[in-house]
Design a binder for this molecule. Structure first.
Ligand code: HEM
Length: 254
């Protein structure tokens, strides 16, 4: 759809929507806005929301990947401030991804989703190129973090125990923790979305029980950061007379 430009903005013979303005050229809006199914091919009035949410998620994941690559380059050069800056951006984009799944959960009607499913073939979020690339990052990110610790000759627990002596390392470690937390939140919220849209006692389009997502939900990017918290808490507990953790028991103490 094209709209004639208001003369106050464009006194010349431009029409907005034809890709002729600098704004449209720079953003490739003509191509971008034809990447969604045209009205006549949509199987549901809610299909546009479904497609746009997935497409914008792929774009944000592309941007996240770019900034994670920058972090991988900054840290071996001991550029901690720059790495933290990229991490803050990455972490705010993870929040946007989570807002996207929340929005879809709140607004997509389950009956309309049953129609949209018919158009998806055997498509699955597991085939998301952006998400699959992101899954490769935690190992690489942890390796460069360990490199920084070695360079500074300090171990993880000291960063937390003596955080005032290592403010930059503590801030960096907390950026990693935020990433882990926010990635985990995306997975949890996505699981909630699946639960309220198709249920978790059903099969996905790949014929996989949707319950399998539950397994991925408990995975963490940087389990070392959770382990160090357990260690510190257990040590502090002992220092003020608490009982050591009985790892053999899953029962709460009576
Ligand atoms: C109505 C909305 C949605 C439903 C019903 C849904 C359903 C599912 C299901 C059943 C799975 C398990 C794999 C399979 O068998 O297909 C899955 C995985 C996945 N979906 Fe969705 N999804 C929805 C929205 C989204 C959105 C908006 C994204 C954003 C990119 C997304 C990305 C993913 C990813 C990345 C996985 C793999 C997750 C992992 O390994 O933890 N999904 N989805």
């Amino acid at each position: 759809m094209t709209e004639t430009a208001k003369s106050s903005y464009y006194p010349i013979e431009f029409t907005i929507g034809e890709g002729k303005t600098d704004y449209e050229k720079y953003l490739s809006t003509v191509q971008l806005l034809t990447l969604q199914k045209p009205l006549e091919e949509r199987v549901s009035p809610e299909e546009l929301l479904f497609q746009v949410t997935h497409q914008t998620s792929e774009l944000w994941m592309k941007q996240i990947q770019w900034d994670l690559d920058r972090i991988l380059a900054f840290l071996p050069e001991q550029q901690l401030w720059q790495a933290c800056r990229s991490f803050r951006l990455v972490n705010s984009m993870l929040k946007l991804l989570t807002a996207g799944v929340d929005q879809m959960g709140e607004h997509l009607s389950i009956q309309e989703y049953q129609k949209i499913r018919t158009a998806l073939g055997q498509g699955s979020g597991m085939e998301s190129p952006g998400f699959n690339r992101l899954l490769a990052y935690p190992t690489k990110l942890w390796t460069v973090f360990e490199g920084v610790l070695q360079h500074r000759q300090v171990d993880l627990k000291d960063i937390y125990r003596q955080y005032e002596q290592h403010p930059d390392l503590h801030t960096l470690a907390e950026c990693y923790m935020d990433y882990d937390d926010l990635f985990h939140k995306w997975r949890t919220h996505h699981f909630d979305l699946v639960m309220r849209t198709i249920g978790v006692e059903a099969n996905s389009l790949k014929g996989i029980p949707t319950k399998v997502l539950q397994r991925a939900v408990i995975e963490r990017c940087f389990p070392q950061l959770l382990a160090v918290r357990n260690e510190i808490t257990n040590e502090s507990g002992l220092a003020y007379g608490g009982d050591p953790l009985d790892e053999s028991s899953e029962e709460p103490p009576t």
